[in-house]
Design a protein around this ligand. Structure first.
Ligand SMILES: N[C@@H](CCC(=O)N[C@@H](CS)C(=O)NCC(=O)O)C(=O)O
Length: 197
């Protein structure tokens, strides 16, 4: 989601290949054996297979809305999100997948990490001021996921700024544009492997 947001705002033309994570195409795995999406393959064959790196690559080429303007200050916030917050989010969302996961503890730990974001949003619409920046779009998919684990519990949290922030970005035209459904890409290699000789 966040890679798509940055590619869209930066108006990078890409061939979008929607894949099923239950049947990863061989072309994807040969470009990026770790088997996670997104994977961006550049014209020169360079592979970028981390969503944040794709965002930075696109914005380095063109940043019409000034997402990079807040500078290095954003990096620490993004690192906490991608590290600690993601850790607790995964365990709060799928406690059955983790031996040690106590759902309520991970929920509480995740909320603790949201409090500094709420403090930032007091008196401003976005994390680094009146304009949305890289940090907003890099964190948004994760906070949205957390909000959607239990929508009633989410609105009951003392996080009015963050609740408004999620609603604002969710209602944006940029978000609507990247949420358009794409048909599954038909992998020539998978089709060849299936068809009778
Ligand atoms: N650090 C990676 C994480 C990507 C990631 O975990 N993607 C998930 C889908 S959102 C995935 O591909 N999972 C692999 C699977 O479910 O097999 C990034 O942000 O690019």
């Amino acid at each position: 989601m966040r890679a798509r947001l940055a590619l869209a705002v930066s108006r990078q033309a890409v061939e979008h290949r929607e894949v099923s994570l239950k049947a990863k195409p061989p072309e994807m795995l040969s470009a990026s054996p770790k088997g996670t999406v997104p994977v961006l393959i550049l014209a020169d064959g360079t592979v970028i297979d981390e969503s944040l790196d794709i965002m930075r690559w696109a914005l380095a080429l063109k940043d019409p809305e000034g997402w990079l303007v807040p500078g290095a200050e954003m990096d620490a916030l993004i690192a906490i999100n991608d590290g600690q917050f993601k850790h607790h989010l995964d365990r709060a969302k799928y406690p059955g997948r983790y031996d040690d996961a106590v759902e309520v503890d991970h929920r509480a730990a995740a909320v603790d990490l949201l409090l500094p974001l709420e403090a930032r949003l007091a008196g401003t619409t976005f994390l680094f001021g009146a304009r949305a920046a890289l940090a907003d779009y890099a964190l948004f998919p994760f906070v949205r996921q957390f909000a959607r684990i239990d929508a009633a519990a989410w609105v009951a949290l003392p996080l009015p700024g963050l609740q408004h922030w999620v609603e604002q970005i969710s209602a944006s035209t940029l978000f609507a544009a990247i949420m358009k459904k794409h048909p599954l890409w038909q992998s020539p290699l998978a089709i060849a492997a299936q068809s009778p000789q």
